[in-house]
Design a protein around this ligand. Structure first.
Ligand code: ZN
Length: 555
């Protein structure tokens, strides 16, 4: 029982206060936050605070649905919402319009981002998606609000969508398949790629989420919500021992992706589960029976098995974000079926619209093509570093493009961004050492107008155009420019105030650098590549630009 809930009740003797409602909660109050005081059988009172989901049910803060008997109500009222408006607007996939990001509990923005499936290195396209959560977090924080961010780690249950040669769907778990290929224990594999994921995020300037729950450690949470969905009639146990979500029980299925149930063709592979014992072709597995599988299986009320992928995000978001998600993020490829199914599960389990805003980042192409193993054009963070570029140069390239436009990346863009970063860092040092005074009101006005641009659906490309204009603007003092760049970097995350390292090179390194310069001048590219690798191993990255070769100590 929430004691604070009734602090605002005013009693005059036994009479309820004026603001208490006449009549009973009804359909017109659905979705509102209500406070209900009922008589209990012992002659006392029982208090209930939450959102009205039906005229006789309330969803409490922890997501639990409580049914009350209207005939026992002593008094009740609608409690005004304490939601905060952040002034940040983003495009919501579900309503297909720009909407304001709102902190529904008045304390911290509840942000959920779909995380990596840890069976391989994240490529730069994945990193572009992960950058979205970081950008949103940073702009909400500089606007004066707190963010509570969750990102899941999928280490079990994400089925492989690759088609086998014989045309059958490969029903293998991505982590298990890779563990078999590398001949190691699946958990060892998952933990090692999870570590690499965190390293990549750190090099990319992405601030950590508050919690990174692992699927394999959240099995109890998933079992609990599956049981709830069976009880409510939204899920059933198939004849194969697997549990399926019954798509037809969720009326607004398709609201997110536009894929209506009536239009989904049987046999189309929009879901990674085979037909199995499903009652309807669009149903999907919440829990899969272990069958022959012996690794990564858990006991459940339905026997040994493992969870489906979509249920993981419902279980984690409802648990860690206490029944409501202010903003849910992911790549556009997750919109269907992953997010559509997650929404059906979460909303059915909590009898509410769990997610307020759905944000999706667009696809990244590399040199005009979708990145894929078969096309041989998968680019990793390691490749960017190996080529001698600052990892944050990649971040700058992404910021130059709108998150919800498809973008085509190439090495020239990264190289150009790398030069821009070096120039800005050098200039920052010069500007900040200048002694000319600066007008703080003018600086604040510039910074606020740049933040306003980013608050408008994360329009970082336009903010960067403005920043370049400020760089060239002779009417702004050097100190002023330094202050504006430093302030904006709180959102851009480009480490613009970092001083270039002054270093003494060892004779060995100096000699290798000279040798490489000579090799390049002689167009002996084999030797020059070899020397570049040797220098890289010694912590020096070399770059070939229009002005010849330059080098830098790897940070
Ligand atoms: Zn997810």
């Amino acid at each position: 029982m929430d004691e604070r809930a009734f602090q605002s009740w005013k009693f005059e003797g036994e009479e309820p206060a004026m603001e208490a409602k006449d009549g009973l909660p009804s359909a017109e109050h659905l979705g509102q936050r209500v406070s209900i005081r009922s008589h209990d059988p012992e002659g006392g009172f029982r208090d209930l605070l939450g959102h009205l989901v039906t005229p006789t049910q309330v969803r409490k803060k922890d997501g639990q649905i409580v049914t009350f008997d209207p005939s026992t109500i002593a008094l009740w009222k609608v409690v005004p919402s304490n939601a905060l408006s952040t002034g940040v607007f983003v495009y919501d996939t579900k309503s297909r319009e720009k909407r304001e990001v709102t902190i529904s509990d008045g304390r911290a923005l509840r942000l959920y981002s779909c995380g990596p499936t840890v069976y391989r290195d994240a490529h730069v396209g994945n990193l572009r998606t992960f950058l979205l959560a970081d950008l949103l977090t940073r702009i909400v924080e500089v606007s004066g609000f707190k963010v509570h961010g969750i990102q899941n780690i999928t280490d079990v249950g994400h089925m492989n969508e690759d088609l086998r040669v014989d045309g059958e769907t490969d029903e293998e778990d991505k982590v298990l398949t890779q563990a078999k290929a590398e001949q190691i224990d699946p958990f060892t594999l998952a933990r090692s790629y999870e570590r690499k994921f965190h390293q990549d995020l750190a090099r990319f300037g992405i601030k950590s989420a508050d919690i990174y729950p692992r699927a394999s450690e959240s099995i109890d949470l998933m079992i609990r919500i599956i049981e709830q969905l069976i009880d409510s009639g939204n899920a059933y146990v198939g004849s194969d021992g697997s549990v399926y979500f019954s798509a037809n029980t969720f009326e607004s299925y398709g609201a997110l992706s536009g894929n209506k149930l009536t239009e989904l063709v049987p046999g189309h592979r929009y879901e990674y589960t085979g037909d199995g014992a499903k009652r309807f072709h669009a149903d999907w597995a919440l829990w899969k029976s272990a069958g022959e599988r012996t690794q990564m299986v858990w006991d459940s009320p339905w026997g040994s098995g493992f969870p489906g992928w979509h249920i993981e995000c419902s279980a984690m978001s409802l648990h860690y974000l206490k029944g409501h998600v202010d903003v849910h993020l992911g790549g556009i490829d997750l919109r269907f079926p992953h997010h559509e199914n997650e929404r059906a599960q979460s909303n059915s389990a909590s009898l509410s619209e769990v997610t307020d805003l759905w944000m999706h980042g667009e696809h990244l192409l590399f040199e005009g093509r979708k990145m894929s193993k078969s096309a041989g054009n998968v680019v990793l963070m390691e490749d960017v570093v190996q080529k001698g570029f600052d990892p944050l140069a990649l971040r700058l390239v992404f910021l130059e493009n709108r998150y919800r436009s498809q973008m085509d990346l190439n090495w020239d863009q990264i190289s150009a961004a790398d030069s821009t970063l070096s120039r800005w860092r050098k200039k920052y040092q010069e500007w900040s050492s200048a002694e000319l005074p600066s007008d703080s009101a003018e600086i604040d006005a510039h910074v606020e107008s740049l933040f306003d641009i980013i608050r408008d659906d994360l329009d970082t490309p336009r903010a960067l155009v403005e920043l370049r204009a400020i760089e060239r603007d002779a009417s702004i003092s050097p100190n002023g420019k330094a202050a504006i760049f430093a302030a904006l970097d709180a959102v851009l995350g480009l480490d613009l105030t970092r001083a270039p390292k002054k270093i003494e090179l060892s004779p060995e390194i100096s000699e290798l650098i000279e040798k490489r310069r000579t090799a390049r001048a002689a167009k002996d590219f084999a030797t020059s590549d070899l020397l570049r690798d040797q220098l890289f191993a010694l912590g020096i990255s070399v770059k070939d630009g229009p002005d010849g070769m330059s080098w830098e100590v790897i940070p």
